[in-house]
Write a protein that binds this ligand. Structure first.
Ligand code: CS2
Length: 484
């Protein structure tokens, strides 16, 4: 099927009613500035916010700011700030809907002062973020990782293009009530970002003004990178070609701590859970979903599986992941009322099995040093505190360690896409290529492992044992045995 129309305001009237946006770009005045215009934001918070405004009104248009690349910005501009969300793997097949909640666009790398001016506008009452773990420039203890360049950005000697500098420089002058809403997969994300911003402000020569809140959130929707095939499918489902569609699973969830001094959209009207305590949700999601995702990614990539859904089909993978959930994860967390870890885990496994998503193991494997402390190391530390050896969690960690060597089991290269890739390569160059050498070298990364784990002899033994199994038998056979 050939689609001849291009998405834009002029194309909306020709779209099927169920594919049209719930609001038109420009009709809603901006109230939110969002840093991080990637696929996840566009398939999650933007969709919730559009539905909230359609249901309950309010000036809550989103000014979308791209931190680095301007590619998406230019394409969105050419489409009157419209894009579509293609939902795949649901009962009714592909479904695409245009989203019109973007009320403005900005570019942090190209025009950081424009972004500061936009945040200073009292009409903006929420600054939300999806910039991934590494952009916050925090160590595992939540301390700001200050280098000369970041210091110069904070003191005003260099343009504030990084996230800590944008937030700190904006808050030096911003007075009206404001909420900073972190929507990244960080443990205790709101308070953690607050601590980072306070440190950044101190370097910038200021302090946190009154009336700024940092609520915690739990965000959830699987949103893989959009492939060329997804672009073609989105055009067919939408009835117009879109150069920047995002693809997502049907499932979505958002739990938000309700502290918004400057007001907020009626997200509950769009299905979000507004609560006073996000922690049990956040813990559940990081530990029982994200860590299981990482397990599929590292062990699947080692076994040569390209997609998460294919990794899940490795013999024994399901059995192993269920043991990981039951033996290591469930005992270490208290889920929210009415939810069990095992049922939640089963739902996560069903979601990972969605073949239509085309979610690559290499994508989820990215940034392991930034992700694992939030999703896996807490489970391991809690089990060790209880005097237990988290056998399956150790296999996942050993999987990451072996992945970090840079080779799959068939000898093909694996990408080490991680801000600490240089450090990892350097320590591995010096280490003997043995299970002990690998484990000791990587446990020695103090940016990742707290001393309580790095110096834990029993944990080390377990990691060395699994590393040996992976080296001798490969990931596929190791998983087959673990899941039997
Ligand atoms: C994934 C997440 O890439 C990853 O690390 O585990 O992006 C995951 O898809 C989302 O958190 C699901 O909400």
């Amino acid at each position: 099927m050939t689609v001849t129309t291009t998405l834009g305001l002029a194309a909306l009237a020709g779209l099927a009613p169920e594919n049209r946006p719930a609001v038109r770009p420009g009709d809603v005045r901006p109230g939110i500035l969002h840093l991080g215009l990637g696929a996840f934001h566009r398939a999650h918070q933007a969709v919730y916010t559009e539905a909230a405004v359609a249901a309950a009104g309010g000036d809550w248009g989103i000014v979308g700011v791209a931190p680095r690349s301007r590619d998406v910005l230019d394409k969105l501009r050419a489409q009157d700030r419209l894009y579509s969300v293609l939902t795949v793997g649901g009962a009714g097949g592909d479904h695409a809907r245009a989203i019109g909640i973007l009320s403005g666009l900005g570019h942090a790398a190209g025009d950081p002062y424009g972004v500061l001016a936009a945040i200073a506008d009292p009409g903006i009452r929420i600054v939300s973020l999806t910039v991934t773990e590494k952009a916050y420039r925090m160590g595992p203890d939540g301390k700001l990782l200050l280098d000369d360049e970041l210091r110069a950005q904070l003191t005003g000697d260099a343009p504030p293009t990084s996230v800590p500098a944008l937030l700190a420089r904006a808050l030096l002058t911003r007075r009206a009530p404001l909420t900073v809403l972190c929507c990244d997969n960080l443990q205790n994300n709101g308070p953690r970002i607050r601590g980072m911003v306070e440190q950044a402000l101190e370097v910038a020569g200021g302090s946190l003004p009154d009336g700024v809140e940092f609520p915690a959130t739990m965000v959830d929707r699987i949103v893989p990178a959009t492939s060329a095939a997804h672009v073609r499918r989105a055009a067919v489902a939408l009835g117009a070609s879109d150069s920047v569609p995002v693809v997502a699973e049907p499932f979505h969830q958002w739990v938000i701590e309700d502290r918004f001094p400057g007001g907020r959209p009626d997200w509950a009207a769009a299905g979000a859970i507004m609560t006073t305590d996000v922690a049990p949700w956040e813990m559940l999601k990081l530990r029982a979903l994200n860590s299981v995702h990482s397990a599929c990614a590292y062990l699947g990539a080692l076994a040569g599986r390209e997609m998460i859904s294919e990794a899940l089909e490795l013999p024994g993978m399901g059995g192993f992941l269920r043991r990981f959930l039951a033996d290591d994860i469930a005992p270490s967390i208290t889920p929210p009322p009415g939810v069990t870890v095992l049922e939640y885990g089963e739902t996560a496994l069903d979601r990972f099995a969605n073949h239509e998503l085309g979610h690559r193991t290499h994508q989820v494997a990215m940034d392991g040093t930034q992700k694992l402390p939030h999703r896996l190391l807490g489970t391991i530390a809690d089990r060790r505190r209880d005097g237990d050896v988290p056998v399956w969690g150790a296999l996942v960690l050993a999987g990451w360690m072996r992945f970090a060597r840079g080779y799959a089991d068939d000898g093909s290269a694996l990408p080490l896409d991680d801000p600490l890739a240089g450090r990892i390569r350097a320590v591995l160059r010096e280490a003997p290529d043995t299970p002990e050498g690998l484990v000791d070298a990587l446990l020695g990364l103090s940016e990742v492992f707290p001393t309580s784990l790095a110096g834990d002899a029993e944990l080390r033994t377990e990691l060395v044992r699994w590393s040996g199994e992976l080296a001798r038998h490969g990931a596929a056979a190791t998983i087959a045995a673990a899941g039997r």
